[in-house]
Design a protein around this ligand. Structure first.
Ligand code: COA
Ligand code: NAP
Length: 269
């Protein structure tokens, strides 16, 4: 039987792929034989991610410095990736920003900065990817968050932005399905050791609470999310499009809301 998870000969572009969950996804695809491109704002982070990918996985790797808020830089990164690695088959779009603050505690520019990165930035990345991905078998995976469908205090900007990201997933699954492109979202649960969780659970007490709010009683790992990304990009998922898939040990069934109420109490008081 053909191995459905063999990505030899395929190229995967992970936008926002230089740290945390998204870098974990890049490693996992590289391990499965894919050529991998990563992009983010910081040249130092791009260089470090490229060397880590080369060191751990070998294969062909390319890195690009691009802020998702700049559509020209995003377009240049896609052009560079296709010149360096050939056709692009899979896009993972996961650049994001977050900080905990009440709606009144964030300035208009604070709200705008997160919406600009998470939502408008996703739009720039998705739109720029189209000339490269408009072909049968191509796959797009947006990295969303539970905030997209669970209202959380201190997260007005992220809730608004990620809800928009999931709507982009659904609309583009409709608009681009005719070309054979599948578009899905993955919603990670609380992933240990990441910048995202560090920002929401900065104290030892909150860190200690996370796992107990997950039905499976553990934090997730970048590998948990990467496994779902590999499945969604594989031929086994060839009839799955427009789906928003929580990969969270059941956290969004109730624990996420309970945990964020504790975060709110700890940060506000
Ligand atoms: N509380 C309230 N407002 C905050 C804040 C906080 N903790 N942190 C930043 N802001 C506000 C700033 O004050 C600024 O608003 P102002 O100009 O009215 O003062 C606005 O947000 C933009 O801040 P700035 O630092 O200039 O933005 P940036 O573009 O350099 O960075 C962020 C964007 C703020 C999202 C930053 O946190 C970031 O780069 N995050 C990426 C990493 C990350 O968040 N990872 C987790 C992913 S889930
Ligand atoms: P992270 O390590 O901070 O990853 C964010 C990535 O996006 C980095 O590579 C960062 O690199 C890049 N980035 C940020 N702003 C950018 C911009 N303006 N332009 C281009 N790239 C930018 O965070 P993480 O916690 O692993 O989160 C990864 C994704 O998972 C995010 O989409 C997040 O919303 C989602 N998520 C995380 C969790 C969690 O538990 N951590 C839970 C649910 C959802 P630069 O700084 O170099 O730009």
């Amino acid at each position: 039987m053909i191995n459905p998870f063999d990505f030899n000969g395929k190229t995967v572009f992970v936008f926002g792929g230089t740290s945390g969950i998204n870098l974990g996804i890049a490693h996992a695809f590289a391990e499965q034989g894919a050529k991998v491109a990563v992009a983010s704002r910081s040249q130092d982070k791009v260089d470090a991610a490229v060397s880590a990918l080369l060191q751990h996985d070998g294969g062909e790797v390319a890195g690009f410095c691009a802020d998702v808020r700049n559509p020209d830089a995003v377009a240049a990164a896609f052009s560079g990736a296709s010149q360096a690695l050939g056709q692009i088959d899979v896009l993972v779009s996961g650049a994001a920003g977050n900080f905990p603050a009440t709606a009144l505690g964030m300035s208009p520019n604070g709200f705008k900065s997160v919406v600009d990165i998470d939502l408008l930035g996703s739009f720039h990345v998705l739109r720029a990817s189209y000339p490269y991905l408009a072909k049968p078998g191509a796959t797009i995976i947006n990295i969303s968050a539970p905030q997209a469908f669970l209202p959380m205090e201190l997260q007005a900007h992220v809730c608004a932005a990620k809800a928009g990201v999931d709507m982009l997933t659904r609309v583009l699954a409709m608009e681009w399905g005719e070309q054979g492109v599948r578009v899905n979202s993955i919603v990670p649960g609380p992933i240990g050791g990441t910048e995202g969780m560090e920002r929401l659970a900065p104290t030892p007490a909150l860190k200690a609470r996370i796992a107990s709010t997950v039905p499976l009683r553990r934090e997730g790992t970048p590998r948990d999310i990467a496994n779902a990304a590999i499945f969604l990009a594989s031929p086994l998922a060839s009839y799955i499009s427009g789906v928003v898939l929580p990969v969270d040990g059941g956290w969004s069934l109730g624990g996420a809301t309970a945990f964020m109420m504790e975060v709110t109490a700890a940060i506000k008081h």
